[in-house]
Design a binder for this molecule. Sequence first.
Ligand SMILES: Cc1ncc(COP(=O)(O)O)c(C=O)c1O
Length: 301
Amino acid sequence: MKFPTFDMERMQSVWEHQIRYDLSESGVEALTLEEAARDPRELMRTKLGYAEGVGREATRALVASFHSGSGPEHVMLTTGTSEANFLTLMTLVSAGDEVVVVMPNYMQVHGIATGLGARVREVWLREERGWTIDLDALAAAVNAKTKLICVCTPNNPTAQALTRGEIGRIVEIADRHGAWILADEVYRGAELGSEESASFSGRGERIVVSGGLSKVYGLPGLRIGWLVAPPVEVESALRLKDYTTIAPATLSEQLAEIAPAPAASTPFAWSSRCGASPRCAIAAWPGTPRNCTPCSPWPIW
Ligand SMILES: Cc1ncc(COP(=O)(O)O)c(C=O)c1O
């Protein structure tokens, strides 16, 4: 098993801590601990033992509440969306399998599939189609050897979000060949306006949705992510997690539950501070005046 260098992440990890102006940040401005903790005394009472490997029932229930058709038994907390993606591929993909990756994409899943010895087939979103998915091209790339189809919606880097109809068609294509789908939805909630993009959750039996607090919620340093999957796959991923990170960071999980102010539409909606648009990430930046009206599309890259 030999993983290719994740060039973008290597570059970004090094330079984001050395430069003055970062034009390549992929999430909103991070919250301070003070903003996130609200009442630091509550945090001070946290016992710093190992957390429960799969994640606390309360935290999992919170994540399940915004993934339709899911309960806590479908959720596992992970160290960032990265670990959720990693464990999903490790669980489902073996050498010799085919993995279809919708491109362009955050190259983590591509690299892991390659490292696992799978054959990666790329299906490209194209500018001349407004970056929408070419479902015929996808159908042509999926076959009996396809173990997994990897999509990212809203997409990094094009910001294109799949519609409910497109999601239905992708599920049909996967089902025709018994393939799994990994939908990285870490940017869900970054949409301009009040309508959240469609999700793969609850749309089929062989679907894993990954996500986390790193982008829209301004909490990448917590390293809290999740995967939402059928309970059997959660169990398989958990067995692998014993080899990676064992459990979520105790303080991070505590903060994930208390940091974001509860709101009607999403449990983690600290973005609800802004009255203009509850789900607009720009308007929700700490320090942004409450009367801020979002005026340009939120760039995701
Ligand atoms: C599409 C996508 N998935 C996953 C990640 C990693 O997220 P996390 O910080 O939650 O591990 C990124 C980071 O840029 C990303 O763009």
